[in-house]
Design a binder for this molecule. Sequence first.
Ligand code: TYC
Length: 102
Amino acid sequence: MSDTTNKPRIDTRPKTQRPRLHKVILLNDDYTPREFVVVVLKGEFRMSEDQAYRVMMTAHRRGVCVIAVYPKEVAETKATRATDAARKLGYPLLFTTEPEET
Ligand code: TYC
């Protein structure tokens, strides 16, 4: 007869690590037009007009604003694309990334 009793089992599988998330941070400057910051936030970070305006104003008032968290590669790609879009028009707008604390 097969043994159908529940024996305690020890899970020996190695723990899978979740990829660490990185923050994308928007920095204020004195030259980039507010409207352009909103356009970039909407285009690259899929924000609504309202969300983008609030985030832009937070960076404008406080100097920085955390926009979102993504896996490292995604965060870096989005920050680079957004910064490059500003450079093409000669604006100093800057997006940076840093690892999310755990
Ligand atoms: N401070 C800019 C201005 O007054 C607007 C701005 C807001 C620029 C947020 C960058 O991350 C920023 N024209």
